[in-house]
Write a protein that binds this ligand. Structure first.
Ligand SMILES: [Zn+2]
Length: 456
C-alpha cells in the first residue's frame, strides 16, 4: 500500500489549499483553504470533497490566512471531527479569521436572498458562525519541532515558515517515507519574523509558487517614502489595502521606521479593519513575550508609527471618508474584494491628489488586480468609479518569498528530494518555478493538476 497525495486546490491558482494525504489506514488533510477571487473560483468552495469529511482523521494547518484555513468550518459542518494540529499563534489568529469569514458568508447569503441574485430559493451560507465556533476547540496547538501523531501511521512536526506569525511548514513521516509541505513561505528579510529554516532531508517537497515567476524589488521603503511624501505634499491621502493579518504589521513597522528617520511627514495613520486590529493585538502579545519566532531585536514600539488611530467601529470608519486632513489609511481586504477598503476606494479614487498603494499579491479577477493593471474605472456596489488617484505597486512588502528566495530555501536542504511538487501558484508562475528548480538544482519537478493524485 502506497501513501498518496492529492491536490484538492491551489493547483493553477493561489487559493483553496487542500492536500489530502491517504496512507490506506488514515487520512490527513494539510490545510483546508477557501477559494477566493472571481466567482468561477469561489464556486469551487461548493464542490464536494472526493472523500467524506467524516473519513478525514486529522488536519494540519500551516497558517491562519483564509486561503489555507477558511474551509475548516465547512469541513466540520460536513462531519470532520478530528484534531487540527497547528501552532499556538495560528490557532489564535485562525479564530479571528474564521469568525470573520463565517460572518461574511452569512452576510453574502442574506444579501443574495434580498436581491434575488441567487438561483436558490433560500440561499444558504457555505457555513455559519456556529460552524466556525465548533472548529475552535478542535485546534491542537503544538510547539515548533514537537513530533505529534494525529492519526495512525502518521507523524508530523511543524517548522517555522517565516510568512506570518505562527506560520509553519509541515514535515510528515508515514511508512518510512517523509515529505515536507512548505505552506506559504516567507522572505528571509521579513522585518518582524525570523527567517525560515531550510527543509530537512525528505523524499518529496511540496512547495508554493505564488511569486514563482517574479523577483521582488530589493527594498521598497524608499518608494513608500516617496509616494507618501508626494501625496501628503499635494494635500491628498494614502490608502493602502492590506491583508488583515501580517501585512498591516509589516506596514506599521515600515511607517514607524520612515517616520523616525524623518523620511515621511508626520500624519495620522489609521488602521481600519476590526480583523486587522484583533490580529494586531496578537502580534503585540507575541512581541511582549519575545516569542522566538520573531526577528531578534524587535520590540513593541516596532508597530507604532506615532500618530496611530484604531478605527474599530463602522462609524469611525465612515468618518474617514474623505479624511479631513492628509492621512494614511491601512484597511482590508488586501485585494479590495470586500471589507471597509472598498468604501475608502469609492471615496478616494476619483480625486487625483490621493494615492492607492498596492503592497500585496493581487489575484486575477479582483479589484486590486484591475487597479494594478491600470483600469480607468473600477466597479463598486454596482457603479463604476473613475480612477484618478495615483496607483503605486510595491511588491517589496510581500510576505511571500520570490522565485530566487524559494529556490534558495529548497537548495539549503541537506539532501535532494526525489521530486518537488510545485503548486499554489497561477499556472505561469508554477511552471516558471519548476523550470528554475530543474535548471538550477537539477531536480525532478512536477506541476500537479487540480485534483491530481500522486503516490509518495
Ligand atoms: Zn498566506
Amino acid at each position: 500500500m502506497h501513501t498518496s497525495l492529492r491536490f484538492l486546490g491551489a493547483a493553477g491558482t493561489v487559493t483553496g489549499s487542500k492536500l489530502l494525504v491517504d496512507t490506506g489506514e488514515s487520512r490527513l488533510l494539510i490545510d483546508a483553504g477557501l477559494f477566493q477571487g472571481p466567482r468561477e473560483l469561489r464556486r469551487r468552495n461548493w464542490r464536494p470533497l472526493p472523500v467524506p469529511a467524516s473519513s478525514i482523521d486529522a488536519v494540519v494547518l500551516t497558517h491562519a490566512h483564509l486561503d489555507h484555513s477558511g474551509y475548516l468550518p465547512a469541513l466540520v459542518d460536513q462531519g470532520f471531527a478530528g484534531p487540527i494540529v497547528t501552532t499556538r499563534w495560528t490557532a489564535e489568529l485562525a479564530a479571528i479569521v474564521l469568525r470573520d469569514s463565517a460572518h461574511l458568508q452569512e452576510e453574502d447569503a442574506a444579501f443574495a436572498a434580498g436581491h434575488g441574485y441567487s438561483r436558490h430559493a433560500a440561499p444558504r451560507p457555505l457555513y455559519d458562525t456556529a460552524d466556525a465556533e465548533r472548529c475552535l476547540p478542535m485546534f491542537r496547538p503544538t510547539a515548533l519541532g514537537d513530533e505529534v501523531s494525529p492519526c495512525a501511521e502518521v507523524s508530523v512536526h511543524l517548522q517555522s515558515a517565516g510568512h506570518i506569525l505562527g506560520s509553519a511548514s509541515a514535515v510528515v513521516t508515514t511508512r518510512g517515507r517523509r515529505f515536507v509541505v512548505s505552506g506559504d513561505l516567507g522572505r528571509p528579510s521579513h522585518p518582524l519574523l525570523a527567517a525560515p529554516p531550510p527543509p530537512p532531508a525528505v523524499d518529496a517537497i511540496v512547495v508554493e509558487s505564488t511569486y514563482g515567476d517574479r523577483r521582488h524589488a530589493g527594498d521598497d521603503l524608499a518608494a513608500l517614502a516617496d509616494v507618501v511624501t508626494r501625496t501628503i505634499g499635494r494635500g491628498g491621502s494614502v490608502l493602502i489595502p492590506a491583508f488583515a493579518v501580517d501585512r498591516t504589521e509589516v506596514l506599521l513597522h515600515a511607517l514607524r521606521r520612515l517616520g523616525s528617520e524623518g523620511r515621511i511627514p508626520r500624519v495620522p495613520v489609521f488602521v481600519d479593519s476590526p480583523m486587522a486590529l484583533a490580529a494586531l493585538e496578537v502580534y503585540r502579545r507575541a512581541l511582549r513575550e519575545q516569542d522566538p519566532e520573531l526577528a531578534a531585536g524587535t520590540d513593541l514600539e516596532a508597530l507604532d508609527p506615532g500618530d496611530l488611530h484604531e478605527a474599530h467601529t463602522a462609524s469611525q470608519s465612515r468618518g474617514l471618508d474623505p479624511p479631513n486632513r492628509p492621512s494614511i489609511i491601512v484597511s482590508a481586504s488586501g485585494m479590495a474584494t470586500g471589507g471597509r477598503v472598498v468604501h475608502h476606494l469609492k471615496h478616494l479614487l476619483p480625486d487625483e491628489r490621493n494615492a492607492v498603494v498596492l503592497v500585496g499579491y493581487q489575484a486575477e479577477g479582483t479589484r486590486g488586480r484591475s487597479l494594478e493593471d491600470g483600469a480607468a474605472a473600477i466597479k463598486m456596489h454596482g457603479r463604476y468609479v473613475p480612477v484618478r488617484a495615483e496607483v503605486v505597486v510595491l511588491h517589496g512588502f510581500s510576505v511571500h518569498a520570490d522565485a530566487g528566495e524559494i529556490v534558495g530555501w529548497l537548495a539549503a536542504t541537506p539532501a535532494p528530494p526525489d521530486v518537488v511538487y510545485v503548486w499554489h501558484g497561477e499556472v505561469r508562475a508554477s511552471r516558471a518555478l519548476a523550470r528554475r528548480v530543474r535548471d538550477e538544482l537539477g531536480w525532478h519537478t512536477v506541476v500537479p493538476e487540480d485534483g491530481e493524485r500522486v503516490l509518495l
